[in-house]
Each structure stands twice: as C-alpha cells, then as structure tokens.
Design a protein around this ligand. Structure first.
Ligand code: HEC
Length: 110
C-alpha cells in the first residue's frame, strides 16, 4: 500500500533523527508539557482513543500537515468499533491540528 510505504519512509527519517539526538526509538508520545492546559486535556483523549488498535507511534509519525487532521480522524473513527464520538473527533482533531502547527519541518523541532 502506497500510504504505508510513505509512512515507512517517513518513519525511517524520524528514526535516524531520533538516533542522531541519541533517543534511539521512534517517538511514541508527545511532550505536551509546554502546551496550554486545554491541549493537554485533548492530548489525553487522543492518547486514550487512538491507541486502542495501534500504538500512538502511528499517528505521531505520519506526515499529515495542518488542515488534514479532521478528515483523517474521521476516517479512523469509521473503523468498526472505534468508539470515537463526533464530539471527541472534534477534540482530537483540534489537538492534532495544534500539534501539526507546532511541528517545524522535520529536524526543526526544538
Ligand atoms: C478501531 C480501530 C482504530 C482506531 C480506534 C484508530 N485507528 Fe488508526 N488505524 C487502524 C487501522 C486498521 C489502520 C491501518 C489501515 C488504515 O490505514 O485504515 C490504522 C492506521 C492508522 C495510521 C497509519 C497511516 C496510514 O494511512 O497507514 C494513522 C496515522 C492512524 N491510524 C491514526 C489514528 C488516529 C489519529 C486515531 C484516533 C482518532 C486512530 N488512528 C484510531 C485502526 C484504528
């Protein structure tokens, strides 16, 4: 699948970056300690809802830019038994959009 191949390539880039910064493994969480409280709350919801079927590593390392998340979250929520309500989709998208806006081009993250 094309998207998967793209994801793998992107993960490889991230992995080498992680190695450079002596971390070793692809990121599996987001450091939200500097994010506003409402975003930290949304992050908790994202963590809870989006790790039921796969590791958080997947949404974190996929290359979706600002504006693309609502459709993506909607697609994920359509999986049978995803159990993510419309209101929750909105919250999770808001967080991922915020985070995408914070993320500088690969390598530029502080
Ligand atoms: C009910 C199970 C389920 C839930 C809940 C779920 N996912 Fe997924 N996710 C999948 C499956 C299955 C795949 C692989 C096939 C696909 O892409 O649809 C996947 C793949 C992905 C990928 C890999 C990219 C790709 O296109 O291959 C990302 C990113 C992702 N999910 C993000 C999310 C986010 C964000 C949420 C929370 C809103 C979420 N997922 C919740 C089942 C789920």
């Amino acid at each position: 699948m094309k998207a998967t191949r793209r994801l793998k390539r992107f993960s490889a880039v991230l992995l080498s970056l992680a190695t450079l910064t002596s971390c070793g493994a692809p990121p599996n969480r987001i450091d939200v300690s500097t994010y506003p409280p409402d975003m930290q709350r949304r992050y908790a919801l994202f963590e809870q809802r989006c790790t039921r079927c796969h590791e958080m590593e997947r949404p974190i390392n996929v290359n979706v830019s600002t504006g693309g998340w609502p459709a993506y979250v909607r697609r994920m929520s359509k999986h049978p038994a995803a159990g993510i309500s419309i209101a929750e989709q909105r919250e999770i998208s808001a967080f991922l959009e915020f985070h995408a806006g914070k993320r500088r081009p690969v390598g530029g993250e502080q």
